[in-house]
Design a binder for this molecule. Sequence first.
Ligand code: PMP
Length: 428
Amino acid sequence: MSENAALQARRTKAIPRGIATAYPVFAQKAEGSEVWDADGTRYIDFAGGIAVLNTGHRHPKVLAAVRAQLDAYTHTAFQIVPYEPYVALCERLNAIAPFTGAAKSILFSTGAEAVENAVKIAKAATGRTGVIAFSGGFHGRTALTMALTGKVLPYKKKFGISPPGIFHLPFPCADHGVSVADTLKALDYLFRADIGPQDVAAIIIEPVQGEGGFLPAPTELLVALRQICDAHGIVLIADEVQTGFARTGRMFGIEHSGVEPDLVTVAKSLAGGFPLSGVIGREAIMDAAEPGGLGGTYAGNPIACAAALAVLEVIAEEKLVERANAIGARIKDALARMALRNDAVAIGSIRGPGAMVAFDVVKKRGTVEPDADAAKRVTQAALADGLILITCGVYGNTIRLLNPLTIPDALLDEGLGKLERALVAGAA
Ligand code: PMP
C-alpha cells in the first residue's frame, strides 16, 4: 500500500467526513509553488492553500521572522501580556487601509472570526442588528458566518435554521441572469418588505466573490451600496479574506472600484500560512465595542504576527501587486488559447482581476450551462499529472487559479501546460 493510501485509510477512520478533502494525497514537504506528497510525487500548487500563499510556501523571509519569534516567545495572550509584533502589524495594516482617515485594526485567527467580529463591531457602532449579505457569497462556517454565506450546499445542509436578522440579495452576474439593477431593486424591496434600513447594522460584500466563483462585484454596485450605507448610517464591510494582499493586482480588491469601505476583514494570505486574521476599520467604528468585548485566547498570535510583518515586506520588496497583474495576463492569454481547442472541455467565461483568475467549464462552447462533472474530471486529471487545482462557484463548474504570486514564469508555464493537458483529458 502506498504511503498516501495508508494515510487515507487512517484519515477515514479517525476523522469525520464533514471535513471533506479534495484529494487523497498527503503533504510531505513544500517549497515556493511546489508540494511533494507522502509518496514523493511532485505537484505544482495552483491552490495555494486556498488563497493563503500569495508569498508561496515557506518564503525564506517569512521563515526567518518566524524563527526569530520562536526564539523569543510564542504565546502570552495579547489580552494578558501584550507584545510589539501585534502593535506593529496593526500599525502596518492601518497604513495600508483602503480608506481615507484614521484607522485601527484588531487581530484574530481565522477568516470566519474576522467576519464575526466585524459584524459585532458594526452592531456595537450602530446599535442595530440586521446584516445584509449576498447570494453566492462565502464568509465562513461558524453559526453567524454560515448564515451570512449565500450557498446552501455543502455549507448549510443539516445545520438548521440560521440566526435571525440576516438577509441575502442576489449577486449580480450576467451569466446567472442577474443585473446590478436587479440587485438594487431587491435591496429596495427588502427595505420595504423585510427590514427597514434604520435596523440594518451592516452590508457585507466580497469585492470579488471567492468561493462563489471569482465573480467581481461591479463597481456600479459598490458605488450604490456606499451611497445607501451613507444615507442610512449602515456600515459597509468589505470581506477581503480571499481578495486581499495583492491577489487582485491591488493590495485590496475593493481598491479597483475606488469605493471606501468602513470595515475590512482580512485573513488567508496575510500571514503566509500561519493562522491570522483581522479587522481593519475606521477609528470611530472600531472603538465602539466595550473593553473585553472583542478578542480571543490565540487572537493575534505573535508567531503569526511576525510572519505577517514579513509577508507585507515581501509583497512590497518583490512588487507582488504588479506581479499579480503580469501573472494574471499570462494566465488569461494561455486560457484564451486553450478555450479554442475542440478536443478539450468547453470553457465559458474567463475572468477575474489580477491573478485572481478563474474560468467556467460549460456543457457546450458559447453557452453558460454549467458542467461540474467535467470540471471535476479536469481537476482529477490535473492531479494525476502533478498539478493541484481547485474548483469553486455556486454550480461547482468554476476552476480557479490561486498559484503563489512568487511563482517564476517557467513554473507557471509548466503548470499551465499541465492544465491544458487536463482540459483535454477531462473531455474524453
Ligand atoms: N471570507 C471569505 C471571503 C473567504 O473566502 C473565507 C474562506 N474561504 C472566509 C471568509 C472564512 O475564512 P476561514 O476559513 O479562515 O474561517
